[in-house]
Design a binder for this molecule. Structure first.
Ligand code: 5GP
Ligand code: ZN
Length: 114
């Protein structure tokens, strides 16, 4: 395993507040929530960012977004709405370099994206 925080979380080597898990994906609550519900959806396999994930030919990126949408429904966020965000690289302000989708909901989010 690489020396990667989210690889260790997905492997259960670092504790996390797990919300969902299947064979390809792991989801857990963000340690510093920016909304009443703030969940991170990650691939179990290490990949740096959305560009690397999009390069896969097995539909992994789509499956991760399907999982994110299903978790939003399970959390009861779909009626009022929610936001899915993925930060990429320096200008995207990505701080953990293991691909993750943020699921944010439970309050009115800002219309500003940046
Ligand atoms: P990024 O800035 O890379 O898009 O998002 C990284 C996210 O990971 C941040 O929202 C941050 O709060 C979260 N995070 C960083 N370290 C940990 C941790 O050890 N546990 C959990 N649950 N979240 C973390
Ligand atoms: Zn990793």
């Amino acid at each position: 395993m690489q020396d990667c925080l989210f690889c260790k979380i997905a492997a259960g080597q670092i504790p996390s507040d797990k919300v969902y898990e299947d064979e390809i994906c792991y989801a857990f609550r963000d340690i510093n929530p920016q909304a009443p519900t703030h969940i991170l959806i990650i691939p179990k396999e290490h990949m740096a960012n959305v560009v690397e994930c999009a390069g896969r030919t097995d539909g992994l990126l789509g499956r991760l977004f399907q999982a994110a949408a299903r978790i939003a429904q399970d959390q009861g966020l779909d009626e009022k709405g929610f936001r899915l965000v993925t930060n990429c690289g320096e200008y995207g302000a990505q701080s953990v370099h293991h691909f993750h989708i943020h699921l944010l909901g439970g309050r009115q989010l800002s219309g500003q994206m940046g």
